[in-house]
Design a protein around this ligand. Structure first.
Ligand code: DQA
Length: 150
C-alpha cells in the first residue's frame, strides 16, 4: 500500500525557518525519515510539498484515486498555515474519503491563538502535534496500526 506525505506552505524552508520552533532538519531529511518509516511497514511513499493550496487539493484527489483502487494506507499531511484557513482541504478529505493524519511539527496549542483552530481536524482520522520532525515517522507507524488485518 501507498502512503502520501503532503507538506504545505513554507515547509520547503525547514532547516532555515525559525529553527527554535521547527528544528534544524531540512525537508530532504523529512523525506528520508518517511522513506525509512515506510520501508519498516512495507509501504510505498509519495512525498510532496507545495506552497499552493490547489496543488495540495489535487494531491488529496490523487490519494483518493489510490484509495478507490484499494491501495492507500493513508495520508500524513502537514498543511502548514492552510490548516488554519482552508475549507478546501477539509472538503477534499471528506470528498475523497481518504484516511488522513493531520500533523504539525510544533505544538500548535502552545502557540499563537490563530494556530489553535484547524479547518482540517474534523475531517482527519487523527491529529498529531509537538513531536518535532520525528512525528512524521510516528504518524506513518500510526497508519500501520490502522490497517485492517490482512
Ligand atoms: C505547522 C504549524 C502551523 O501553524 C504553521 O503555519 C506551519 C507549520 C507545524 O508543522 O508546526 O507552517 O504546521
Amino acid at each position: 500500500k501507498t502512503v502520501f506525505v503532503l507538506n504545505g506552505p513554507n515547509l520547503n524552508l525547514l532547516g532555515q525557518r525559525e529553527p527554535a520552533v521547527y528544528g534544524m532538519h531540512t525537508l530532504a531529511d523529512v523525506e528520508k525519515l518517511c522513506s525509512a518509516a515506510c520501508a519498516r511497514h512495507g509501504f510505498a511513499l509519495r512525498f510532496h510539498q507545495s506552497n499552493h493550496e490547489g496543488a495540495l487539493v489535487d494531491w488529496i484527489h490523487e490519494a483518493g484515486r489510490v484509495h478507490a483502487a484499494g491501495d492507500l494506507a493513508g495520508v500524513v499531511m502537514n498543511a502548514g498555515a492552510y490548516t488554519h484557513t482552508s475549507v478546501a482541504l477539509h472538503d477534499a478529505i471528506k470528498g475523497t474519503g481518504v484516511t488522513l493524519i493531520e500533523l504539525h511539527i510544533s505544538n500548535v496549542h502552545a502557540r499563537e491563538s490563530f494556530r489553535q483552530h484547524s479547518c482540517m481536524a474534523a475531517a482527519a482520522r487523527a491529529v498529531m502535534c509537538g513531536f518535532g520532525v520525528p512525528g512524521y515517522g510516528l504518524a506513518i507507524d500510526g497508519l500501520a496500526q490502522l490497517q485492517p488485518a490482512a
